[in-house]
Design a protein around this ligand. Structure first.
Ligand code: AMP
Length: 358
């Protein structure tokens, strides 16, 4: 079997490594020179919407998937009649627009912070009056890792926020004074089988994921998160892995966003779950039975951002994944996973390694 993967970054690389064990061949599409996944298969070095390259992939692969959220939906739709494209392009379209995404959460009764669409300066003022301050203004499209965001803390900030972001459609959200952040990662195949990984606690720094720990020891939150993941997966007639990020406030969860792809907060599943998110994504899109998503102990993941210090290469109790990327400030270059037999031991390890590598 041969799978076409749009995007050849570290997510593509980890899909490629999982594919090797399943005896599946990979072919990637990515405009960058020597991307991380180049070690795992042929890379067609063309833009993501290059019609010839997409046609070549459609003709030469059994299924097409993507590891990158900014793939033009029209490009996917163009090939969807010739070869199965999973996750469904409609799921990507909804995830690419924060307003459509929030309307979907509303439709599915998944709780979320109050929000307000902004297309003008007047809308921005109306949003501040309706939502109260602070509020977070975000671009509707192409925002990630906290980019394209402005926190409005006082009414005097409204002009600054408008000047910074107002040239494009925006959305404002009420500021959530959350206890912590979690994500739930689910997988569904075309037969409608669904499995959900244990809930993951995520810590972000400057909008970028820093650490993830799983399982979260809270049965109520886990049940709610799993229920919301099921609703999304079933409603979208989804095939593949989907990640839903949520804010925790007491016993309540508020949805922030979903990603129609394998996710950084699920990297711990390589060592910490019976079947990794990468293997299960491949199984789902190829129509194979899904693997068990149970945890193997208590796992933690530390992202390596900007550089991989030498200390990260000599750890006795953590496994390094080096994506082979050029160092650059703010860039995700690799991660370290730990697995322990208790949550307390896992937390101590994550803390120790986090201090060692920063
Ligand atoms: P996002 O790009 O929407 O995932 O936002 C990046 C990070 O900004 C989130 O993981 C949160 O830490 C923070 N954030 C986003 N929206 C809100 C909000 N409405 N209230 C508080 N913090 C937020």
């Amino acid at each position: 079997m041969r799978i076409g993967i749009i995007g050849a970054g570290q997510l593509g690389q980890m899909l490629g490594l999982a594919a090797r064990d399943l005896d599946i061949e990979c072919c990637f599409l990515d405009p960058s020179v020597a991307p991380p996944a180049a070690t795992c298969g042929e890379v067609i070095q063309r833009p993501f919407d290059d019609a010839d390259a997409l046609a070549r992939m459609a003709d030469g692969c059994d299924v097409i998937t993507y590891e990158f959220e900014n793939v033009p939906v029209a490009a996917l739709r163009q090939i969807a009649g010739r070869v199965p494209v999973y996750p469904p392009p409609e799921a990507l379209r909804l995830a690419q627009d924060r307003l459509d995404e929030k309307r979907l959460f509303d439709e599915l009764d998944i709780p979320l912070p109050p929000y307000h669409a902004i297309d003008s300066r007047d809308d921005m003022e109306a949003a501040a009056a309706t939502l109260g301050l602070p509020m977070v203004v975000k671009t509707r499209r192409l925002g990630y890792d906290g980019k394209g965001q402005f926190v409005v803390t006082s009414i005097d900030n409204v002009t600054a926020a408008w000047n910074a972001l107002g040239s494009q459609p925006l959305i404002a959200e009420q500021w959530v004074d959350f206890d912590y952040e979690v994500s739930t990662i689910g997988v569904r195949n075309a037969a409608g089988d669904v499995r959900v990984y244990p809930l993951t606690h995520n810590v972000h720094e400057h909008g970028i994921l820093r650490t993830s720990c799983s399982p979260v020891d809270d049965a109520t939150l886990s049940r709610k998160a799993s229920d919301y993941a099921h609703r999304l997966l079933d409603h979208l007639d989804y095939v593949g892995v989907l990640a839903l990020e949520l804010f925790v406030k007491g016993e309540n969860l508020l949805a922030n966003e979903f990603a129609p792809r394998v996710h950084n907060s699920g990297h711990w599943t390589i060592e910490g779950a019976v079947t990794s998110q990468f293997e299960n994504h491949l199984r789902a899109v190829l129509g194979l039975p899904l693997g068990t998503t149970d945890a193997r102990g208590h796992a933690g993941m530390i992202n390596l951002i900007g550089e991989i210090p030498d200390a990260a290469r000599n750890l006795a109790d953590g496994r390094l994944h080096d994506y082979g990327k050029e160092p650059r400030p703010g860039r995700k270059l690799g991660h370290i996973t730990v697995v322990a037999d208790t949550a307390a031991r896992r937390d101590a390890l994550v803390d120790k390694i986090d201090k060692t590598v920063t």
